[in-house]
Write a protein that binds this ligand. Sequence first.
Ligand code: PMP
Length: 285
Amino acid sequence: MSRTVYVNGAYRPEEEATVSVFDRGFLFADGVYEVTSVLAGRLIDFHAHMARLRRSLAALSMEAPADEEEILAIHRELVTRNGVEEGMVYLQVTRGAADRDFAYPAAGTKPSLVLFTQKAALRERPMAATGMKVVSLPDLRWARRDIKTVQLLYPSMAKMEAKARGADDAWMVEDGFVTEGSSNNAYIVTQDATLVTRPLSSAILPGITRVSVLRLAAEDGLTVEERPFTIEEAKAAREAFITSASTFVMPVVSIDGAAIGDGAPGPHAKRLREIYIAEAEAAAI
Ligand code: PMP
């Protein structure tokens, strides 16, 4: 059945939802996005996603297409119209349509706003029980990874290379240290039970799930250290996992073919997944 998609002020069947070929998102990847998960028909961490959207827009001197209340209303309308119990709402803002020119168009060009939904099982994922395999690849993305732009070609290439090597995802490495996964933040739990993840900087995306998981881990008694770590350290770790809005907490059980710990999802990753989901669902709007 066709979905209803929101495009520039209108709700349309997906076959009829279009944007201009002159849209700078299409021509320059001049756009930003957010993905908000839905559990039991409600939005997880909506306001935090909107705060990050504002930050991305500001970093690119892009106008906000609508205020937060309007954007919330569109999210809810799409979730209702498309009957989404579990899945995601994707939101994209681009600088809009203008003659092709590297310089930004004159002020007043209307940004494009597109939202659509995707149904998916988020809570019950076979991979949460088996864990995922990652391979390390060089991080060849641009240097402003803290801005959530739609320029996602290298992460796609990295994901394809990981699959070609029989793995599920890539952990990217820069100057000897892991930055993050192709579409997620990366963590290890050391042999002395310290949770380690890279600190925020322009090298990684400030994950919304990361904020909650670091807080929950600390509340649960884990020591949290925000510092860079290497692939060698990760291979010697007790556990590894990733976080993102759509995977929540997902255990990593091997890196470049080497088993992490006993090669099965670790207890900390399992527990953080459980408590994250419980809290996210309770706070969803
Ligand atoms: N890093 C990258 C590169 C990502 O694409 C994502 C997913 N958007 C994340 C981290 C995780 O961020 P979040 O928890 O907000 O989904």
